[in-house]
Design a protein around this ligand. Structure first.
Ligand code: 13P
Length: 250
């Protein structure tokens, strides 16, 4: 496979600065000979601390969200300019918790995607169906809509800075993982959607991560699939003992 693997840790709303620094230091030392692309996404409050630890290493710094506007009267929001100022290189957008708990819709996610790309950031665009949607046979169409609407107006030249993360909502934090076969089928479908929008070459190159209860004991089987190019890890990303084996899956 010509695509490289990309393993990302989404720390969600966990860790104080001291805890974040400790984890980041452990990852820096244990992943320095790692062969894949790596990212950690701490909470906003730990970004500056973790930035100092991962700077100049093979671990990228990511944020978990950002505002759809560059700046202004948006109480409680964090701007792309502020993230860049801290050394953030990548931003996770459209995470299912943002979509389902905080009611972000495709239009808002798309606005954020375009703003992040305009400012030179890499974007991890999350898509994925709920259990109800899967049971109704709508997994593909939901992922297609979220992909198409999320990428609306994104220029072909910017697509190299877009990663898609397929995170079935029913598999997040539940211990239920999509089977490698089921996940691969959706990844293949998303790749086809990207192909329809941007052509075969772009579809071949785009990195599609899987997220949802990725653990040390299922990572290798997932990564072995043709269309699975990495992982977006939640719970297991909170400890070096579980993230490192995923990041170094054999
Ligand atoms: P879990 O790995 O805890 O299921 O979380 C996945 C996720 O939401 C990563 O963004």
């Amino acid at each position: 496979m010509s695509r490289s693997y990309y393993i990302a840790g989404n720390w969600k709303m966990h860790k104080t600065r001291a805890e974040a620094a400790e984890l980041a230091k452990a990852l820096v030392s244990q992943l320095k000979d790692g062969k894949h692309k790596y990212l950690v996404a701490p909470a906003f409050t730990s970004l500056e601390t973790v930035a100092a630890v991962v700077k100049g290493t093979n671990i990228r710094l990511g944020a978990q969200n950002m505002a759809a506007e560059e700046q202004g009267a948006h109480t409680g929001e964090v701007s792309v300019l502020q993230l860049k100022d801290l050394g953030v290189q990548t931003v996770i957008l459209g995470h299912s918790e943002r979509r389902h708990v905080y009611k972000e819709d495709d239009e808002l996610v798309n606005k954020k995607v375009k703003l992040a790309l305009r400012h030179g950031l890499e974007v991890i665009l999350c898509v994925g169906e709920t259990l109800e949607e899967r049971d109704a046979g709508k997994a593909e169409s939901v992922c297609e809509t979220q992909t198409v609407k999320g990428l609306l107006g994104v220029a072909a030249g910017d697509l190299a800075r877009v990663v898609i993360a397929y995170e079935p909502v029913w598999a997040i934090g539940t211990g239920k993982t999509a089977t490698p076969e089921d996940a691969d089928a959706i990844h293949a479908y998303i790749r086809k959607v990207v192909g329809k929008l941007y052509g075969e070459d772009a579809a071949r190159k785009i990195i599609i991560q899987y997220g949802g209860s990725v653990k040390p004991d299922n990572a290798a089987q997932l990564m072995a699939k043709e269309n699975i190019d990495g992982a977006l890890v939640g719970g297991a990303a909170l400890k070096a003992d579980s993230f490192v084996p995923i990041a170094k899956f054999a």
